[in-house]
Design a protein around this ligand. Structure first.
Ligand code: PBG
Length: 324
């Protein structure tokens, strides 16, 4: 045998020297669920280890995560049912707790990077990402609401707008609205290839945002399609997206790789709630080693081509890296 690949694995130092993929806390984006009120820290039953926080409780948590090297946070609002309506008007209300939290976070941690979510579902009595009329999800009529939401978030200090709604033309529409209002430096990380997935369950529990009727298949992508991801990504790129996201991550590593090969802007992966819940559940039963499993999962997303990863494991993984 001339070639023995095992020679390059014979010691920890050699293995590390030839390691192809690196991952650090700087690659992590931490999704956080926010709730109105004071003194709130409610665990999400289908996503153990993750909570709905009120802002006063969240501040020390963010400080702890920043000390671990995690600087980017994607915040989602858990809105009381009585504030939801068909047109998601609470999403851009001035005294909205979500917008106030961004102001507070920026004021407390000037070096933080804040990402927001743009879609109607957390605020919609229909539980859909767009306006619903006679059972149809309206596209063009939804865009002005998304624009308004994005501008309100930019005003509150958000650095990266995250349109997760999958309406056609929304990136261009939001880009224009941001620019007209003077927010030329606010970025857009577009949920470009967002699939109609079974893995969003715990997230919908966290926000009580499941669709009241029907499903999301007329706007989120068919899991069978890969070439269509190129079309979605190309549109978002041409409409002015700064970064392209693939969501979920684990079942779509091929799509992450495809976008990485074809676009010269950062590609991100959303390691969604259901993917994380599976690991929490298996580890709780003693069927998987939690630390090893999350490390391998996150590494696989980087290896596939993700520049950054949104993951509920962010704090735990950053803790692991620190203690390595
Ligand atoms: C909806 C939205 C969803 C997630 C992020 N934004 C769920 C959905 O489309 O129903 C899911 C994230 C996760 O599961 O972690 N705008």
């Amino acid at each position: 045998m001339n070639t023995r690949p095992r020679r390059n694995r014979k010691s920890a130092a050699i293995r590390s020297m030839v390691e192809e993929t690196k991952i650090g806390a700087e690659h992590l984006i931490y999704p956080i669920f926010l709730k109105d009120g004071k003194g709130v820290k409610e665990e999400i039953s289908s996503l153990p280890n993750n909570y709905r926080w009120s802002i006063d409780q969240l501040l020390p948590e963010i400080e702890a995560c920043m000390n671990l090297g995690v600087f980017t946070y994607d915040i989602f609002p858990a809105v009381e049912e009585h504030l939801k309506d068909q047109v998601a008007s609470y999403s851009y209300a001035d005294d909205n707790f979500y917008l106030n939290a961004f102001r507070k976070l920026k004021e407390t941690f000037p070096e933080i990077v804040l990402m927001s979510d743009v879609a109607l579902d957390p605020y919609s009595s229909d539980g859909h990402d767009g306006l619903v009329k006679n059972g149809q999800i309206l596209n063009d009529e939804t865009l002005p609401i998304l624009n308004r939401m994005a501008v309100a978030q930019a005003q509150a200090g958000v650095d990266i707008i995250g349109p997760s709604d999958m309406m056609d033309g929304r990136v261009g529409s939001i880009r224009e609205a941001l620019d007209i209002n003077g927010f030329i430096n606010v970025s857009i990380m577009s949920y470009s290839a967002k699939y109609a997935s079974a893995f969003y369950g715990p997230f919908r529990d966290a926000l009580n945002s499941a669709p009241k009727s029907g499903d999301k298949k007329t706007y989120q992508m068919n899991p069978a399609n890969k070439r269509e991801a190129l079309l979605e990504a190309e549109l978002d790129f041409l409409e002015g997206a700064d970064m392209l996201m693939v969501k979920p991550a684990l079942c779509y590593l091929d799509v992450i790789h495809l976008l990485k090969e074809n676009f010269n802007i950062p590609i991100t992966a959303y390691n969604v709630s259901g993917e994380c819940a599976m690991v929490y559940a298996a580890a709780e039963k003693g069927w998987l080693n939690y630390d090893l499993a999350i490390s391998e999962m996150l590494l696989s997303m980087r290896r596939a081509g993700a520049d950054a990863i949104l993951t509920y494991f962010a704090k735990d993984f950053a803790t692991l890296l620190k203690n390595k």
